[in-house]
Design a protein around this ligand. Structure first.
Ligand code: XIL
Length: 708
């Protein structure tokens, strides 16, 4: 990238220019920018990347990180792009395919680009593009026993749900007819000899709630062969089956909550060139039958609640959510509530009850919970939830606390805080251990755009406010994550007019930064702007401003927070490779352009067999040579099949050593601290296990911090 910095950078103001900019893949959009789908992030069925925020499937659906959505009282809505299909099964060494269609990086022209130098920002839009946060967005004091943190008063958002109806389709949308196909054509494919796969006889369909619908997908290719097929996302309760004759079927019985217009997106891949693709979205109109009594009544459920380990004498709050596929709200029965327990309704969600009690003795509690159907009381299902109560002394970690050891070295040692940790059953324990061990904390999800500003002019600050308050009482510096990213964006931003996006971006940066002022002295201003090959990611931001969005974002952040540390945060760039080269080129271009960037945040989501330390040291050296600071922002070390906790410990220790050996390395931060709440929970990638017991990795960094 950046080979030719004198080439003026094209600002794609309309569809045609955008096509000209794509170096790896041409995306012809029949209805450019107006379809409402996220064309910049094509769905894929290939493995996710190994170290990053991308396509892990672990992300947007569960921004609470809690797994059981009973506890997620204020989670962000889904990102809505439905483009993640995998789970966090990424591999280890930075050589994986990215699953974004970029298989031919070597064969295409580099994206030549230029960051405009010495830009002077215009004033912020006046009048503002969207209303500034007002009193109706201010959090309110959470009354009643809903939180288990005792050091400060928890606040909550003024209303629970701000419905994002931007994506809701109407009968008029349906009547407008089928959506055009979207084609993905890698540059190296010769379209005169290889024709695109297509679908035979695919139309929009109508069905009554309660009836079973079958849609058959038959992909064809005029060159012969049978195209591959994969769906973007499968509706809840539906089946997607292989008919073993080249076709696949979607079999779905939609129920009352699905009445309306639904979409289903499917991609056909060329038999020879798997990234040569045709994507179709069909619309399914689900209608209410005139006699709804025939709709099958499904038994309700108590949503999954993970087993937890809690501490004797702490407040334990358990958010229990019941749900019913038919859309009614079941009643909840607790067969054996603990002594002294109270049950409080949730302040706005009828389906959630909050059980609160203080366990007095160490024991295992098996709570028997039953959800009973609102209409047919003979229909019910039960679930057992296990809480392990341990003594105070079971949580004593030998040796010195990490923050004490780090402070004497002037090192920030941190963790990413689970959004709404104070509402978890083990929230008191979580809060105490986090405060004992760390002097630095980042907002794992609490400041992401879709959560903070889900609708124009509407803000939800409570989670971040509570975290900041917690950090203050425990003398932790807060790292704000993240202002400008292509994921976890609300629908209204993804669908905003291209020529207004710069204004939206700047308003958001300004509003978020100024709300927190000195309470958040370090910010990830831009996150993940690069592709695996080191070129710019074709994102919501890039398509509106080109690479200049990065410069503009930093300049706005500097205007709004003259004293703050401003970081560019990225994954898979610490070890050598085209993406790391891309990072160095980007940081060079930014510093040359006078962009007010202070440092780089290295995510470092690694696996336990990682060993490319020399490459990391070299990358850190290059960043330091650019007079930039280094923050390790999201370290975690996944234990995948065949790997051990000892290997994990070694990676944590080696990365710490690299940081200690590099004077510009200011922070060593993990993406969480207990495996209970890791975004890669199944790979137990953190310092403490799910029962808050220290693992070899904890002792390894404790020992390393104690050495000279
Ligand atoms: C992740 C959170 O940990 C998840 O809870 C959420 O569902 C998705 O995002 N890179 C980033 C982080 O910059 O924001 C991502 O956090 C992990 C990858």
């Amino acid at each position: 990238m950046f080979h030719s910095r004198s080439t003026s950078f094209l600002k794609p103001g309309f569809c045609g220019l955008k096509i000209g900019l794509l170096s790896l893949m041409l995306v012809f959009l029949a209805a450019c920018g107006s379809s409402g789908s996220d064309n910049t992030a094509p769905a894929d069925d290939t493995p996710p990347t190994q170290d990053g925020g991308e396509d892990t499937g672990a992300d947007d659906a569960d921004t609470s990180g809690q797994g059981d959505d009973a506890g997620s009282t204020d989670t962000a809505g889904s990102d809505g792009d439905g483009s993640t299909t995998g789970t966090a099964t990424g591999s280890d060494s930075g050589t994986d395919d990215t699953g974004n269609g970029s298989t031919d990086s070597g064969s295409s022209d580099p994206v030549s680009s230029e960051i405009t130098a010495d830009r002077v920002l215009d004033p912020l839009p006046n009048p503002p593009l969207t209303a500034a946060p007002g009193a109706d967005s201010e959090p309110v004091r959470a009354l009643g026993p809903v939180s288990n943190v005792t050091e400060f008063f928890v606040v909550r958002n003024p209303t629970r749900d701000l419905e994002d109806d931007y994506g809701i389709l109407t009968d008029e949308d349906f009547a407008a007819g089928p959506l055009p196909a979207v084609y993905h054509i890698p540059e190296h494919v010769d379209t005169s000899t290889n024709s695109l796969p297509y679908f035979d006889n695919l139309t929009d369909v109508e069905v009554f709630a309660g009836e079973e619908l079958t849609v058959i997908f038959k992909p064809l290719d005029d060159d012969g062969g049978i195209p591959g097929l994969f769906p973007n996302a499968i509706p809840a309760g539906a089946r997607y089956v292989d008919n073993f004759n080249g076709t696949r079927s979607l079999i779905w019985r939609p129920l009352q909550p699905q009445v309306g217009i639904q979409e289903f997106t499917i991609t056909a891949t060329d038999p020879v060139e798997p990234y040569y693709r045709t994507e179709r979205t069909i619309r399914i109109k689900v209608k209410m039958p005139s006699d709804p009594s025939g709709i099958v009544n499904i038994a309700p459920v108590v949503n999954e609640i993970w087993p937890r380990t809690v501490r004797v004498n702490d407040f334990v709050t358990l958010y229990i959510k019941v749900s019913d596929a038919n859309g009614t709200i079941p009643s909840l029965e607790i067969a054996n509530p603990p002594a002294g327990a109270t049950i409080v309704p949730h302040y706005s969600e009828e389906a959630i009850s909050i059980l609160r009690f203080v366990p007095q003795t160490a024991e295992a509690i098996d709570l028997e919970l039953t959800a009973r159907d609102a209409e047919d009381t003979s229909l019910s299902t039960s679930r057992t939830v296990t809480l392990e109560v341990l003594e105070d002394s079971d949580f004593i970690r030998p040796g010195s606390r990490l923050r004490e050891l780090a402070a004497s070295r002037d090192l920030l040692i941190g963790y990413a805080a689970l959004q709404g940790f104070y509402e978890q059953p083990d929230g008191a324990l979580y809060a105490d251990i986090a405060a004992e061990e760390f002097n630095f904390v980042t907002t794992e999800n609490s400041l992401k755009w879709d959560l903070v500003n889900p609708l124009p002019g509407k803000y939800r600050w409570a989670q971040a406010d509570n975290l900041v308050q917690h950090a203050k009482t425990r003398r932790q510096a807060v790292h704000g994550h993240t202002l400008v990213w292509h994921r976890q964006l609300p629908g209204w931003i993804k669908r905003s007019a291209l020529d207004e996006r710069e204004g939206h971006m700047r308003e958001f940066i300004d509003r978020v930064i100024t709300r927190y002022g000195d309470d958040i002295p370090i910010w990830d201003v831009v996150n993940e702007a690069l592709e695996e090959d080191g070129s710019f990611r074709q994102s919501t931001w890039y398509e509106a401003m080109g690479a200049d969005f990065i410069d503009i974002a930093f300049r706005q952040a500097r205007l709004s927070a003259p004293e703050a540390v401003l970081l560019y945060n990225e994954y898979d760039v610490s070890f050598a490779g085209p993406k790391s080269d891309g990072l160095i080129a980007l940081m060079t271009a930014l510093t040359d352009a006078g962009t007010p960037v202070d440092g780089v945040g290295f995510q470092m989501h690694l696996d336990a067999d990682f060993d490319r330390y020399e490459e990391v040291a070299a990358t850190f050296g290059k960043i330091a040579a650019l007079d930039l600071d280094i923050y390790i922002t999201e370290l975690d070390v996944s234990i995948r099949s065949g790997m051990s906790e000892e290997q994990q410990a070694e990676v944590y220790e080696e990365v710490l050593s690299l940081c200690l050996d590099q004077p510009r390395c200011k922070a060593y931060q993990a993406w969480g601290f207990t495996d209970m709440y890791s975004w890669r929970r199944e790979f137990n990638p953190l310092l403490l296990d799910r029962r808050y017991q220290p693992k070899p990795a904890y002792f390894a960094i404790q020992e390393r911090l104690g050495q000279n």
